[in-house]
Ligand binder design. Structure first.
Ligand code: KIV
Ligand code: ZN
Length: 385
């Protein structure tokens, strides 16, 4: 079984979500929870970006003991120096440096030739290698980069001292097949590729961040980057909890696992949502309010007979106490009777059918039937007797 490292960027790319601004104590609280979740690497911020970012990366690096802490740096010595100052007291200081490689970025943003991009990347990695024991190098916009050029620059930064090569789908443009092929191509065309770990970093602009990340794993990535609840630039990063649970539930297919403490997922998601103010959609996979809620009668009946009929993830796996059978107009008699019993409302069997008719009439007018509605129905029936 292949071990997949989880690189959490909730505090860096995640904090780049429009409207999100975490203060130091909030960042420390999230970092502590990420440590409990057992992620392998926490990207705590971008030390050169601001004094606040510098000091939060520094404090997190000093506090966290059970995972590696990293910080982002552009390919400039001042950024690398700032990152070193912030990270040097950490348990395992690790630099994450990057440079864009795609033709669009080279021409319009960097205004650099291919040769200049290679030279800049190589020099920055060599400079960083004098300080940092571990260097991750990212080819920003890798998924829109010519493959032969990507292979050439990756080989040169490995020779310069990078130990982790990250291939971001920066603008969420790739499709799973295409993105997976990039990893395969590099494994076949970069002579030194076996000396490094390959990492995936996907954005969700076309809703394919999870599928793309998993395609990368199928093609040799051994590190997955993402953010809790999928927060991040624009449509966000790949949601780490979804990747970890997908790998766990489908280990038969992926033959890979993470060392995440999955029971901490729900707590981590709630904390990140509370502190960032980014509400988790009810239907979001794994951590949405409805992820373990069954509404239709057919599903409720199935789940009451045997959970696995409609539940591929047990709620307890991710730290949710139990599933919920939400009563509404689609619910069936089985779930209705079950809930009455749970509430201690012992309605004789011969009365259930009549009461169920009243329940359906009321449910047709309401979005969701609460326990109070059920109590009211039973009392109403008693009063009319
Ligand atoms: O999306 C991206 O390309 C990034 C890099 C800085 C790694 O976040
Ligand atoms: Zn990103």
């Amino acid at each position: 079984m292949q071990k997949i490292k989880i690189f959490d960027t909730t505090l860096r790319d995640g904090e780049q979500s429009a409207g999100v601004n975490l203060n130091l104590s909030e960042k420390l609280e999230i970092a502590r929870q990420l440590e409990r979740l057992n992620v392998d690497i926490i990207e705590a911020g971008f030390p050169a970006a601001s004094k606040g970012d510098f000091s939060s990366v520094q404090k997190i690096a000093q506090m966290v003991k059970n995972c590696s802490v990293t910080g982002l740096a552009r390919s400039v010595t001042s950024d690398i120096d700032a990152a070193w100052e912030a990270l040097k007291d950490g348990a395992e200081p690790r630099l994450h440096t990057f440079l864009a490689t795609s033709p669009i970025h080279r021409q319009y943003k960097l205004k650099m030739s291919k040769e200049e991009v290679i030279e800049t990347a190589v020099q920055s990695v060599k400079y960083a290698a004098k300080k940092f024991p571990i260097i991750q190098w990212s080819a920003e916009d890798a998924s829109r980069t010519e493959l032969p050029f990507l292979a050439e620059i990756v080989e040169k930064v490995i020779q310069a001292g990078a130990q982790v090569i990250n291939l971001p789908d920066t603008v969420g443009y790739g499709t799973p097949e295409e993105y997976g092929m990039i990893f395969k191509y590099l494994r076949e065309h970069v002579p030194s590729i076996d000396k490094v770990s390959l990492s995936t970093h996907c954005h969700d602009d076309l809703g394919m961040a999870i599928a793309n990340s998993l395609a990368a794993v199928e093609n040799g990535a051994t590190q997955v980057e993402g953010a809790i609840n999928g927060i991040g630039e624009r449509a966000g990063n790949a949601a780490l909890e979804e990747i970890a649970v997908a790998l766990h539930i489908r280990k038969d297919f992926y033959q890979a696992s993470t060392r995440l403490n999955l029971q901490e997922i729900s707590r981590t998601s709630s904390l990140v949502s509370k502190l960032t103010g980014m509400v988790v959609p009810a239907n979001k996979a794994v951590v949405g309010k409805n992820a373990f809620a069954h509404e239709s009668g057919i599903h409720q009946d199935g789940v009451l007979k045997e959970k696995t009929t409609y539940e591929i993830i047990s709620p307890e796996l991710v730290g949710v106490q139990s599933n919920s059978l939400v009563l509404g107009k689609h619910s069936g008699r089985h779930a209705f009777k079950n809930r009455l019993n749970e509430l201690g409302l012992n309605v004789p069997e011969e009365e259930i059918n009549k009461l169920f008719v009243s329940f359906k009439e009321l449910a047709d007018r309401k979005k969701e039937m609460t326990d109070y509605d059920l109590v009211a129905l039973v009392l109403d029936k008693k009063l009319s007797e």
